[in-house]
Design a protein around this ligand. Structure first.
Ligand code: NAP
Length: 358
């Protein structure tokens, strides 16, 4: 099978580097270009990227000349699929111009997440929302935009979906402890975070609250119907490099024991597992029984097979909550730049390919 040619926009950043690593030997996608800001364009990727992933920069990307993020430069590579990891304030118009030029755009950025015709996807949770692409493709257009959620929403919705299916959900209260890489390379100065935590992340709580409702809702009669589930989020930045940890309290519609909750989480699978997509973890949720897990250092790279490392959410400390008759609380951890960004987007692109939507 001929591989789909892809370009990564924002390839030098925290998320962009994960793309470069994941795409350097991908069976379905061929990395043909890396793009970044005008500051980097024209330079060699290996000279500019401040590589933070264990191991060397993949040979394929090291000597690539960085492109500007323009439709013309990207079209010249022959790419028909672009992964966008641009800063939110520049992503909106760039992604739109690429889609208008006929390119499939899979984005990690916030700009188009809540658009009425843009699917916001975690493939195990709401693959059916891809039906919204028919709106974007009206009139025979080839290009489109699909997005993934905020990094802290990804792990949350993965853990909530099996509960919604099995027991129904009345409300969700979540407190996050989010890693530094979630703020980008230049995000949080070391003097602000060492020996400290910061109990505020701009815009994050609002994103978690509305994105969760969109993703747990349905696509019906040509529109997204958000789930009627109030979500209350409190977001904190902590001195962890990678991996967002979240304390979650869920009020269920029907009572369930911790054992029943663990059981539905353990057996949960979605479209990626049914379709055997290359980056799909065998089990999207791993449940730990130890009382002190999950932990970022130990659990952030969970997921089998090897290509799916960092794609599984890890849940632990599942217990009943004394404040709500049908309350369940637990801790969930997911890797913010893999499941919360690049890995989720690569899996989404695999889903698009498997459904013949690319
Ligand atoms: P980052 O480390 O700051 O990287 C930003 C990237 O965008 C770099 O490649 C940078 O290139 C490029 N860029 C900056 N300004 C540009 C411009 N004007 N035109 C074109 N390219 C430009 O950020 P990040 O953490 O990877 O995040 C990227 C996006 O993903 C953001 O929208 C973020 O909200 C989203 N996201 C991040 C995470 C996470 O965990 N980090 C998770 C989910 C979603 P230069 O090197 O040339 O400056």
């Amino acid at each position: 099978m001929e591989r789909t040619k892809v370009v990564v926009c924002g390839a030098t950043g925290m998320v962009g580097q994960i793309y470069v690593a994941m795409l350097s030997d991908h069976p379905w996608f061929e990395l043909v270009g890396v793009a970044a800001s005008e500051r980097s364009a024209g330079k060699q990727y290996g000279d500019v990227a401040r590589w933070y992933i264990q191991g060397d920069i993949p040979a394929r990307a090291r000597n690539m000349t960085i492109l500007p993020c323009t439709a013309d430069a990207i079209a010249a590579t022959g790419a028909t699929l672009v992964f966008s990891a641009l800063p939110s304030d520049v992503a909106g118009p760039v992604e739109r111009s690429l889609a208008d030029a006929g390119v499939a755009v899979v984005a990690d950025t916030a700009s188009h997440r809540m658009d009425a015709d843009v699917p916001l996807i975690v493939p195990e949770v709401n693959a059916d929302h891809l039906e919204a692409l028919s709106l974007q493709r009206k009139g025979g257009k080839r290009g489109f935009i699909v997005t993934g959620p905020n990094c802290s929403t990804a792990g949350l919705v993965l853990s909530l979906k099996p509960l919604q299916l099995a027991f129904g959900i009345r409300r969700v209260i979540v407190v996050t402890m989010q890693a530094l890489s979630g703020a980008g390379y230049a995000g949080v100065p070391s003097m602000a975070i060492i020996d400290n935590l910061i109990p505020y992340i701009k815009g994050e709580e609002e994103k978690m609250e509305c994105e969760t409702q969109k993703m747990l809702g349905s696509w019906m009669d040509g529109a997204f119907q958000p789930a009627n589930i109030p979500v209350s989020a409190s977001c904190n930045r902590v001195a962890v490099l990678d991996g967002h940890t979240e304390s979650v309290l869920v009020e269920l519609d029907r009572p369930a024991s911790p054992e029943e909750v663990e059981s539905v989480m353990r057996s949960f699978q979605g479209e990626p597992q049914r379709l055997h997509l290359p980056t799909a973890p065998d089990h999207p949720i791993l449940v730990r029984s130890e009382s002190d897990r999950p932990q970022p250092r130990l659990d952030r790279l969970a997921g089998e097979p090897a290509r799916a490392r960092g794609m599984a959410a890890v849940v632990g400390r599942v217990r009943s909550d004394p404040a709500f008759a049908t309350g369940i609380k637990y801790t969930v951890l997911s890797h913010n730049t893999i499941r919360g960004a690049a890995g989720n987007a690569v899996l989404t692109a695999e889903l698009l390919a498997a459904k013949d939507l690319l």
